[in-house]
Design a protein around this ligand. Structure first.
Ligand code: CP
Length: 301
């Protein structure tokens, strides 16, 4: 296994499946996370240059459950505010003996950091619109929990795809498996990168895209990543692209509904979020198990 987890492409298909299987060991029969004092000699730093609830807190919970020391690096009260670079910042943590850095950053800096600081392990917790590998692992685990396998599934991803690191990492991960189909759907101006995809197809009509789907992943509009203000009528957008109970009737009856969070209820109705088909809250819990597996594997070298 690679020293760092910078991209889902750092993992082979077998390593993806092994990590998902391994993560199951950290959940007991009642669904609680096991607490094992396995890494009391290791220190993990959560370094988030962008907001996060799920990823940051689940890495913190996962590290605590494994007995690691966990540092919550606060960018706003750090010397970054005095002009210190990301490289000097992470090198300072490295010199203090931090073993593993969980990094979220709007720019592609993690590869260069990993090369410059070979003693430190790096886990990518979100790289701009480029990648979010642990999200892809927890998404694949959630699908396997419900469908037993990733093989033979009809998967739909709908929403603001152009800005979605969740989509890019999920597509990299799922391309290892013989799925039946992968359909991208959403407003054409938010799906410019997916109109002629390497795998799968683009279907702008969401009702058509949903036909007989097994898995539907919905994504919020990432307003913070648009360079220009969106000129969008929300009611018109919802009519075409919001996953409602009516649109969902086109998918299979046992289709699972996913969303990486946070949910804005523009891309999905509250009724669908709360429906029996929704596994969105399970994705959040699976984030802890996957991150316990990832920390264990990568701290073990
Ligand atoms: N899914 C996800 O990355 O959520 P956060 O931004 O809350 O970490």
């Amino acid at each position: 296994m690679a020293k760092n987890l910078l991209s889902i492409n750092d993992l082979t298909k077998q390593e993806i499946l092994d990590l998902i299987n391994f993560s199951n060991n950290f959940i007991d029969e009642e669904g609680n996370f096991r607490k094992e004092d396995l890494f009391s000699d290791k220190t993990v730093a959560n370094v988030f240059f962008e907001p996060s609830t799920r990823t940051k807190m689940s890495f913190a919970v996962a590290a605590r459950n494994l007995g690691c020391g966990i540092l919550d690096f606060n960018v706003d009260s750090s010397s970054v505010q005095k002009g210190e670079s990301i490289f000097e910042t992470i090198d300072a943590l490295n010199l203090m003996g931090v073993d593993l850095c969980v990094l979220r950053h709007p720019e592609s800096v993690i590869q260069e950091l990993a090369e410059a600081l070979p003693k430190m392990v790096f886990i990518n917790a979100g790289e701009g619109s480029i990648s979010h590998p642990t999200q892809a692992l927890l998404d694949m685990k959630t699908i396997i929990d419900h469908k037993n396998s990733l093989d033979g599934l009809k998967i739909v991803i709908a929403g603001d795809l152009d800005h979605s690191r969740v989509t890019s990492s999920f597509v990299e991960g799922i391309s290892n498996f013989p799925i039946e189909s992968l359909t991208f759907s959403g407003h054409p101006e938010m799906c410019t990168k997916y109109q002629n995809p390497k795998i799968g197809k683009y279907e702008p009509d969401m009702v058509q895209a949903l036909q007989d789907a097994d898995v539907v992943m919905t994504l919020r509009i990432q307003h913070e990543r648009f360079e220009e203000e969106l000129n969008l009528d929300l009611e018109t957008y919802k009519n075409s692209y919001q996953l409602s109970s009516e649109k969902l009737e086109n998918a299979k009856g046992d289709a699972i509904i996913m969303h990486p969070g946070p949910v804005n209820y523009v891309e999905i109705t509250e009724a669908v979020y709360d429906s029996e088909n929704s596994v969105i809250r399970q994705q959040i819990a699976n984030g802890v198990a996957i991150r316990m597996a990832v920390l264990s594997r990568f701290l073990s070298g």
